[in-house]
Design a protein around this ligand. Structure first.
Ligand SMILES: *[C@@H]1O[C@H](CO)[C@@H](O)[C@H](O)[C@H]1NC(C)=O
Ligand SMILES: *[C@@H]1O[C@H](CO)[C@@H](O)[C@H](O)[C@H]1NC(C)=O
Length: 270
């Protein structure tokens, strides 16, 4: 009798130890709001990057907070800090992106319930220079996004995907014209593979492009008609000297715009 209680207690203890080892050192509480950050360079963040070097400037809206965690490349939670994509978009110099200012804007919003205290889990997945076909179901990027998102949901609820991509699809007319259909396909595939048929997705309509068909991609982005999909317009946000990448200031503004769009999608649903 005693032996069986002891062995059961031991088994339980092992499970608890295993579970906490699996979820890493900085754990999110079970109620964290999880956001996947995906797309190309402007989601990965190039704010403050000049000639492949980040200036290291972190504005107050991007500072680390105990309430904002990130899933690192090894699937462990840690306190999030800039550059958020440093261990994900590894072949590029990363700087400030929209993720941190987005999380800060959510945390200070009166629309987010205060009890229990909100906690945000960011799942960086963006990689610079990638076209939408490189994100289609079956690709390495798609597989990695799904794996990271699924792994993250052990710690909370998948609240939305933030998507900023398409600059690479502005070079060839065929790609720009196919963008809308490819994006809708991607959203439907993600919803199926993340077991989240109502998953919210917020896109950024391009602020810049690598080619001549930026307007075609922007119109496709604004024209997505699926439910629970919103689009914020990046047009006019200040760009770095390369005319492609958002400045740090622009990323702070974009983070707020994304938070407002997320909250209005959420409020509409409730
Ligand atoms: C980085 O470059 C290596 C070598 O070209 C490549 O195999 C890898 O996929 C790249 N990773 C990312 C995240 O771009
Ligand atoms: C855009 O169009 C101009 C004028 O037709 C052309 O010279 C340029 O090469 C094009 N740019 C790209 C990236 O295709």
């Amino acid at each position: 009798m005693m032996a069986s209680i002891v062995s059961r207690a031991l088994a339980l203890l092992c499970l608890v130890v295993l579970a906490s080892a699996l979820s890493g050192h900085d754990q999110t509480s079970a109620g964290a709001l999880i956001f996947v950050l995906a797309g190309q360079s402007n989601m990965a963040g190039r704010g403050g990057v000049c000639v492949d070097r980040w200036d290291g400037v972190v504005p107050p809206q991007c500072r680390p907070s105990r309430s904002i965690l990130r899933l690192d490349a090894r699937l462990r939670w840690e306190v999030a800090r800039e550059p958020l994509h440093a261990d994900i978009d590894v072949n590029k110099s990363c700087g400030v992106g929209p993720g941190m200012p987005f999380a800060h804007a959510l945390l200070t919003s009166s629309l987010l319930p205060r009890q229990p205290p909100p906690e945000i889990g960011l799942v960086p997945c963006a990689v610079g220079g990638t076209s939408i076909q490189e994100w289609a179901r079956g690709t390495a990027l798609y597989g990695s996004l799904v794996l990271r998102a699924r792994s993250a949901t052990a710690a909370g609820r998948l609240a939305a995907v933030l998507w900023y991509q398409g600059e690479s699809d502005t070079v060839a007319r065929e790609d720009a014209e196919a963008y809308g259909g490819r994006m809708e396909r991607l959203i439907q595939d993600l919803r199926a593979d993340l077991f989240s048929p109502e998953l919210r997705l917020i896109q950024v309509a391009l602020a810049s492009g690598e080619g001549n068909f930026t307007e075609v991609v922007r119109q496709a982005q604004k024209g997505i008609k699926l439910p629970n999909v919103a689009c914020v317009d990046g047009r006019g946000l200040p760009l770095e000297a390369d005319h492609v990448h958002l400045t740090t200031k622009a990323q702070v503004k974009l983070g707020k715009m994304l938070a407002e769009a997320y909250l209005s999608l959420t409020v509409m649903a409730d």
